[in-house]
Design a protein around this ligand. Structure first.
Ligand SMILES: Cc1cc2nc3c(=O)[nH]c(=O)nc-3n(C[C@H](O)[C@H](O)[C@H](O)COP(=O)(O)OP(=O)(O)OC[C@H]3O[C@@H](n4cnc5c(N)ncnc54)[C@H](O)[C@@H]3O)c2cc1C
Ligand code: SF4
Ligand code: SF4
Ligand code: SF4
Length: 420
């Protein structure tokens, strides 16, 4: 380990940065900033306090240590899904929330109820920008209308933890974020940082893949839509499971433009940030409650989601909303089967891909055991990522009609379902 005393942002290997924004949210002299695409460093302002380095979850997030911290000494860790106390299928009872959200609207329901019952006075969420509707913004919302407005997944990278600069005017905050954001929050809690002392509840989203904002811009450009004409974007718009829905304000062109969800398979492979390929947390293992999709035929394409209760605080929130949600017990095997591909991507594939990086993140755990055939399939997938993220492929992709790419994505999905 290097001498921690004089380290600063320049000592963080950019290959390990997941753009979580934690460093931006705690830098005491505003030497760091972000446009959600990169972390901007002002060397002249930096006082080399080492806070960014010491709290960076991209370099190190020690699973055994953090499991003890969050779940206690005697916690039992499931290697695929993390520590948990109960598993459910969940959906909001309120139709408006259920249909407008991503996977049943449980998160929005919990935040609303916690706010009404004064368990929280603010919630850290991600909303679409009003001035640039193809971009996201991190905000701390303090009213029901803004909580509701933030519903829905935004499939794009955001340096959410940069918002930690603004937490101190609140007393009790709920935090909603991706696994890497939560790693940042938990590390700060471990180090007793003042900017997270009022974060009381952590709600985590599963994260199989994420993409840079260039993915959104690509899907807009390929449909021939002008940015100035965009009124709104939803990543899970339309009927569940939803897709990429653009509403335009120009009366001369069609008002809604919809791409089914499988189109994300194209951009997931083309625009995945390098750091995401070595991320090992799929189910937001360090949250109080985790939320994700669920793909079960028996649900008849109704908007349901997965809910994993992990901590006592998670149980408190569950009690609070029991009358506002529909719940069904979810057997562990069903959960794992429904998410098998992404579990392998993170718990085996990420470790295999790390060998090609100059520096590996420190996680303190080993990959799941796998067969030779699984290893070969993961290598093939990793090769596809390499090709699809290359400049040459991107130039080629500009020339191919989007509909053809969509067809290829549909076929690939079928193929992968068979093989992985
Ligand atoms: C980038 C990304 C990748 C995901 N990958 C998977 C996956 O592989 N498998 C799976 O099962 N589920 C995945 N999910 C989770 C899933 O899409 C739903 O978000 C989740 O099931 C919660 O649904 P809900 O209806 O309860 O949430 P809602 O009630 O719709 O609320 C969603 C909440 O998520 C927050 N949010 C939205 N986008 C972001 C973002 N980019 N970063 C941080 N917070 C955000 C919003 O602030 C909002 O509070 C992913 C989500 C995201 C954002
Ligand atoms: S704290 Fe997050 S954004 Fe900052 S360098 Fe580390 S991984 Fe990157
Ligand atoms: S002042 Fe501290 S936190 Fe900010 S960039 Fe420099 S070392 Fe990092
Ligand atoms: S894959 Fe991992 S690093 Fe990338 S956005 Fe998701 S949680 Fe963060």
């Amino acid at each position: 380990m290097q001498n921690l005393k004089k380290l600063n942002f320049k000592n963080i290997n950019p290959e390990l940065c997941n753009k979580c924004g934690t460093c931006v949210g705690i830098c005491p002299v505003e030497a760091l900033n972000t446009n959600n695409e990169e972390i901007l460093f002002d060397n002249d302002k930096c006082i080399s306090c080492s806070q960014c380095y010491n709290n960076c979850p991209g370099i190190e997030f020690n699973y055994p240590q953090m499991n003890k911290l969050v779940f206690g000494d005697n916690s039992i860790v499931n290697k695929k899904i993390g520590c948990y106390s109960s598993l459910y299928l969940v959906q909001s009872k309120q139709l408006g929330t259920r249909n407008g959200a991503s996977s049943g609207g449980a998160i929005t329901t919990i935040l609303s109820k916690a706010f009404k019952k004064k368990l929280i006075d603010g919630a850290i969420v991600v909303s679409m920008s009003e001035s640039k509707p193809w971009m996201c913004t991190a905000t701390i919302v303090d009213n029901l209308s803004d909580i509701n407005h933030a519903k829905g997944s935004k499939y794009t990278l955001i340096s959410l933890n940069s918002i930690l600069k603004k937490t101190r005017q609140f007393k009790k905050i709920a935090f909603v974020g991706l696994p890497c954001h939560i790693h940042g929050i938990r590390k700060l809690q471990k180090n007793k940082h003042k900017n997270v002392s009022n974060i009381k509840y952590i709600l985590g989203l599963f994260c199989g893949f994420n993409v840079s904002n260039n993915a959104t811009k690509f899907l807009i450009r390929k449909q021939g839509i002008k940015f100035k004409d965009i009124l709104s974007i939803e990543y899970r718009g339309g009927k569940w499971p939803g897709g990429f829905l653009i509403k335009t304000k120009n009366p001369k062109i069609s008002k809604t433009h919809f791409l089914p969800k499988y189109y994300y398979d194209i951009v997931d492979t083309m625009f995945v940030p390098k750091r995401c390929l070595i991320c090992i947390d799929y189910m937001a293992e360090f949250s109080d409650i985790s939320f994700g999709d669920i793909w079960l035929d028996e649900l008849n394409r109704e908007p349901w989601g997965t809910m994993i209760i992990r901590t006592e605080r998670g149980k408190t929130l569950l009690e609070l909303v029991k009358n506002s949600i529909n719940l069904k017990q979810l057997p562990l095997e069903k959960l794992i089967n429904s998410h098998e591909h992404n579990i392998k991507h993170k718990k085996i594939g990420a470790f295999m891909r790390m060998d090609e990086y100059n520096q590996k993140p420190i996680y303190g755990i080993s990959p799941l055991k796998h067969t030779n055939a699984e290893g070969r399939r993961i290598k093939l997938e990793s090769f596809i990522f390499k090709i699809a993220t290359s400049k040459t492929f991107h130039m080629f992709a500009e020339l191919i009609p989007l509909s053809i790419m969509g067809l290829a994505a549909k076929l690939r999905r079928k193929l992968l379902k068979k093989t992985i």
